[in-house]
Design a protein around this ligand. Structure first.
Ligand SMILES: Nc1ccn([C@H]2C[C@H](O)[C@@H](COP(=O)(O)OP(=O)(O)OP(=O)(O)O)O2)c(=O)n1
Length: 163
């Protein structure tokens, strides 16, 4: 990875990946594209297609292997390295797509986690992998409008500060 990170970034620990933020990746991708005069190619549609292509490459790694144990204990180092590369391609295109579309991905994802928690209340779905529609008769917060207003109420109560 030498040469990819500035001295400052290496000191901050970005080289080790420990403290990398979505904002760091967004800036890296913007710089990567600008340096190559590739902003012209990084349109929403192109980035979406590139993202889907990389999801396909990621899927190929697992294709035909059957279920694999968590942590991938039997995989060779080079197989895990390859997996890391494909996961990264997906993440990088996703971060770039969000940036080009003017979406704050970190903020949107945190908000989505809150919405998910409202859609899947612990007391209703603990230990069950059923889709939220399974609970829709007993849960009035299933329409998207209701979800949003519930989230707003939730935020007002101070449970989702900063979202
Ligand atoms: N127009 C492009 C082309 C590439 N990349 C960056 C983002 C991805 O992280 C990576 C994708 O590069 P490749 O298209 O070469 O795909 P792979 O790295 O998967 O290589 P290959 O398809 O040979 O397996 O490079 C980019 O930002 N914009």
């Amino acid at each position: 990875m030498k040469g990819v990170f500035s001295e400052e970034e290496e000191e901050e620990g970005m080289e080790e990946g420990g403290s990398v933020t979505l904002d760091d990746l967004k800036k890296k991708m913007a710089e990567f594209a600008r340096e190559r005069d590739w902003d012209q190619f990084h349109s929403p549609r192109n980035l979406l297609l590139a993202l889907v292509g990389e999801v396909g490459e990621l899927s190929e790694i697992f294709q035909w292997r059957g279920e694999v144990p968590k942590g991938l204990p039997d995989w060779k180092e080079e197989e895990k390295e390859h997996l890391g590369e494909e996961l990264s391609d997906v993440l990088l295109y996703l971060v770039r797509l969000a940036d080009i579309c003017g979406v704050d991905l970190g903020k949107a994802a945190l908000r989505k986690v809150e919405l998910n928690a409202l859609k899947y209340p612990v007391h209703q779905c603990k230990g069950s992998s059923k889709k939220h529609t399974h609970y829709s008769n007993s849960n009035s917060n299933t329409s998207s409008n209701n979800k949003t207003s519930s989230l707003t109420e939730h935020s007002k109560n101070g449970s989702s500060e900063g979202l």
